[in-house]
Design a protein around this ligand. Structure first.
Ligand SMILES: [Zn+2]
Ligand SMILES: [Zn+2]
Ligand SMILES: [Zn+2]
Length: 305
């Protein structure tokens, strides 16, 4: 597990100004154990990210009830680790209970099994999805409006995608969907940095997310048209998962240089309504497992409340 947090210096360039030990998180810092053969770095990274999100940590603490699954309850196991982070005198803690709960929960899918490496961003996303199920099991994942569901209240990005033909004017039906992590290819992102040197990260992200995604015109006029994705809400926390095209390709430095310390979502939103820029909060560098020859690393922006 290796991760670094960044904090902003006015006018600073992120590549030069990042330092471990952020001032944004008020949480005490402890390590998580990863013994030889455990391969728990992906999980530990996800837990550290959640712990250092003040919004998440406080909200979880305040939740009175959940639908408990006993020994395989991810909710209870996570709360247990948080409690130890808070009160234990040890400098490094085991994450075994959560590791076991995760393995038990995803046994059928053969994901996150004991002893096997897995992907940190996907683990993070799955923990959030499970928390939703523990709090609002009856609500549809894509239409959860439960006020106590931290997952959807704090993290969910509500988007729709649509293609509009510039040639004949036809448009496809808007397709709404929800994302907890917005994945982007690092290769596409770095390509956009080269092509659009002066654009802000939000715009680069928008361009990189849709590059090469061409569809047939909905009225079949023969044009190939670009898909457009629009963010409809203003989530308190935005998580971006970087997809590496191969395990060897390491564009980490290029990617970090392309990040801004603030993410202004006006580049990805349709409305120009006033929106507070988000501060860069976490950059998790836990090794991702190769998934369809892709690995992911995650990045988070938060309104910092
Ligand atoms: Zn429980
Ligand atoms: Zn929910
Ligand atoms: Zn057309």
């Amino acid at each position: 597990m290796a991760w670094a947090k960044f904090f902003r210096r006015p006018g600073g360039n992120l590549g030069r100004s990042y330092q471990p030990g952020s001032m944004l998180s008020l949480a005490p810092t402890k390590g998580l154990l990863n013994e030889p053969g455990q391969n728990s770095c992906f999980l530990n990274s996800a837990v550290q990210v959640l712990w250092h999100l003040d919004i998440f940590r406080r909200s979880l603490r305040q939740l009175p009830n959940h639908y408990c699954l006993g020994d395989s309850c991810i909710f209870c196991a996570l709360k247990g680790i948080f409690c130890q982070f808070q009160h234990s005198r040890e400098r490094a803690l085991p994450s075994d209970n959560l590791r076991n709960a995760l393995a038990e929960t995803f046994k059928d899918e053969q994901r996150f099994q004991l002893g096997f490496m897995d992907d940190a961003a996907e683990c993070f996303e799955n923990i959030l999805e499970r928390i939703h199920l523990h709090i609002a099991p009856d609500a549809e994942t894509d239409a959860c409006t439960s006020k106590s569901c931290i997952t959807h209240q704090k993290f969910a990005m509500a988007l729709y995608e649509q293609s509009v033909c510039r040639s004949c004017g036809a448009s496809s039906d808007p397709l709404p969907f929800t994302e907890l992590v917005h994945y982007v290819s690092t290769t596409a992102l770095c390509q956009q940095v080269l092509e659009r040197r002066d654009e802000r990260f939000g715009e680069l992200l928008q361009a990189a997310s849709t590059v090469g995604d061409l569809r047939n015109c909905p009225s079949k006029c023969g044009q190939r048209i670009k898909i457009r994705r629009v963010l409809m809400n203003s989530p308190e926390i935005v998580t971006i998962g970087f997809v590496w095209d191969s395990e060897q390709s390491d564009l980490t430095e290029d990617v970090i240089r392309s990040l801004g310390p603030h993410l202004n979502l006006s580049g990805v939103r349709l409305t120009s309504s006033k929106y507070t820029p988000l501060h860069l909060l976490n950059f998790s560098k836990a090794p991702g497992r190769v998934l369809k020859s892709q690995t992911t690393k995650a990045l988070q922006y938060s309104s910092g409340s």
